[in-house]
Design a protein around this ligand. Structure first.
Ligand code: DQA
Length: 147
């Protein structure tokens, strides 16, 4: 079994970017604890970040060939805009959990709509970097129950 953790645009700036909203942890620190959490559960782990919508589509298409069992994705700003990334996830037919550091529903109205939530297994939002930990915990449970 394998979990792919995907990060969308501007998340490479975590720890420097709007820290009152997104917190002090760098993406590297988040990925390191994610890797430990998943591999401790004897599940393979891979992660990517991209600022480019087309790169994210390519990575999701590749996930099928790489036999990824579940995707945990923070689509960041593409949450609110990207039919292409939604379609890629539906095309590969790999279950996914949508994650956000902030709770988009308590922010600007344009963040209230997600192109992902209605087709996601689940959505975890508003816990800062812990959102990833909770989502990965759920991902591990889903995979462990299946196998
Ligand atoms: C985000 C919320 C999005 O609205 C925003 O564009 C982001 C990050 C979050 O993790 O809280 O870049 O996905």
């Amino acid at each position: 079994a394998k979990i792919l953790l995907l990060h969308g645009p501007n998340l490479n700036l975590l720890g420097q970017r709007e820290t009152d909203i997104y917190g002090d942890l760098s993406l590297d620190a988040i990925n390191k604890s994610a890797q430990k959490q998943v591999t401790d559960a004897k599940i393979e782990f891979a992660t990517h970040q991209s600022n480019s919508e087309s790169a994210l589509v390519e990575i999701i298409q590749q996930a099928k060939a790489d036999k990824v069992s579940l995707i945990v994705i923070n689509p960041a700003a593409y949450t609110h805009t990207s039919v292409a990334i939604r379609d890629a996830l539906l095309a590969v037919d790999i279950p996914f959990i949508e994650v956000h550091l902030s709770n988009p529903h308590r922010r600007e109205p344009f963040r209230h709509h997600s192109y992902f939530s209605d087709v996601a297994e689940a959505v975890v939002a508003g816990f800062g970097a812990d959102s990833y930990r909770y989502a990965l915990d759920a991902a591990i449970n889903i995979i462990t129950k299946k196998s």
